[in-house]
Write a protein that binds this ligand. Sequence first.
Ligand SMILES: [Zn+2]
Length: 454
Amino acid sequence: MTLLHANRALLPGGWANDVRIAIDGHGLIATVDTDVPASGDLQPMDCVLPGIANIHSHAFQRALAGRTECGSENDSFWTWRKLLYRFVDRINPEQMHQIATQLYIEMLKAGYTTVAEFHYLHHQAGGQAYADPAAMSHALIEAAGDAGIQLTLLPALYMQGGFGGAPAEAAQRRFVSTVDGYLDLLSRLSSDTTPGIAFHSLRAVAPEAIDEVMSWRSDNAGNCPVHIHAAEQSGEVGQCLAWSGMRPVEWLLNRGIDASWCIVHATHLTADEIGALASSGAVAGLCPTTEANLGDGIFPLAEYLRAGGHIAIGSDSHVSVSPIEELRWLEYTQRLEHRQRNIAAGPDQPHTGQRLVEAVLAGGARATEGTDERGSGGHIAAGYRADLVEIDTRHPTLVQCADEDLLDCLVFSGNHNPVRHVMSGGRWVIRDGHHELENRAESHYRKTLAALLN
Ligand SMILES: [Zn+2]
C-alpha cells in the first residue's frame, strides 16, 4: 500500500485539505480521507489533481507540428491534409514507436495521464498489410508502456475516400481496411489491450459497416468507447447533406448514439443537434488548439454546456501538448466570438477554470474508458485508478491562491508548466518534472525526424 498526504486535493466534491490517499498494489485508490494531519509514514505532497485524459491523439502527427505553417492565400484543412499525406507515406512501425514514446512522455509532463490514440495508419506504404497486421498498433502499445501513460487504443476503420463509397486516393491506401480486416485487427489486439472502436468519419466509412462493427462490439467488446470525427469542417457538413440529406451529427443521432460515444470536434452544430447531442450523453471531444490551427471553426460551448452536454479535450495533431492551453483556447475563442467573459462558468460552478477542469475530467474518463467508471481515472476517490498530478504552487503565478481560485490561475495566468510529479496507475512516472526515459526517448526522436524529414 502506498500512502500519500496532500495538503490539498481536488476530490469529486471539490477541494479538500489534509487528504490521505491510500493506493493498493493494483494501482487503484483504496481509501481517501480528509483532515488527516501529515505524518512520517505518509509521502508528502502539496496540491494534487486527478490526471487529465487526452481523448484524441494521432501520435505520428507530432512530427509535423509547426512544419505546415508556410502557406499561401488559399490554405485550408484540405491543403494541410495533402502535406500530411506526403509525410504519412514514409513512416514505419519503429519510427511510429519513437515518435509516440517522445509524445507520450511530453503528455505525462504536461499532466495528461491517459491518451486515447485514434489510430488509422495501419498498413505499409502502398496499402499491403504488414506481416503482423497489428504492427503499427503494437508500436503504439509499446510506446505507451515505455512512457507509462494509460492507453485507450482506438483502431480506426477507414474504407473509402469520400461519402457514398468514393474510392480512396493513393495517399490513403495505408489507412484502408475492409470490415473483416478491421475486425480481425480488433481480435488480434484484444489479448494485449482492451481496444475501443473508432470510425474515421462518415466520409470514410459505409453505413452498413458501422452496423456490422457495432454488432461485433455488442458480442465481443461490451460497452467499449466508440469515437468518430464529425462536423469538423463546414465543407464536410455540406458533403454529408448532399449525400444523405442530413448533417453529420444529425445523421449519427438518428442512427442512435449513447454515452459510450465520443464525437470528435462536433464543431458545426445546429441548435437541434446541440440539444440532442447533450441529451444522448455522448461526449464532444474538443481539440481547441488543433481546431484553431486548421481553421475549423468554433464549437458552440456556451449553448452545449447550458444543455448539460459532456466535453473532453484532446491534442489531436499535437501543435500543443498542454491541457492548460487547450482549456484556455476553448474559453478564449468563446470570449472573442461572444464578446463576453467567463463563458464556461455556470450557476453551480462560477469559477471558469474549475468548471472547465472538472468537466474534462469527467468527460475524459467517459470518453476513454466508457460509462463503467470503476477502475477508471478522472477522480480521486476509492475504486478509481491512481492517476495523480501534483501542481507546484510555489510558482509566482500560483502563490496565495485560495482553493477556489487555483484552477482559474492555473488555466489563465501564465505559460509555465506547473506539473511537478505525476503518478499513472499507482506508479510514479514524472518526478520533479522529469521522466526516467526522457533523454533516450528524445535522442531516438531526433534520429527518427532526421530520417523522416530529410
Ligand atoms: Zn483527429
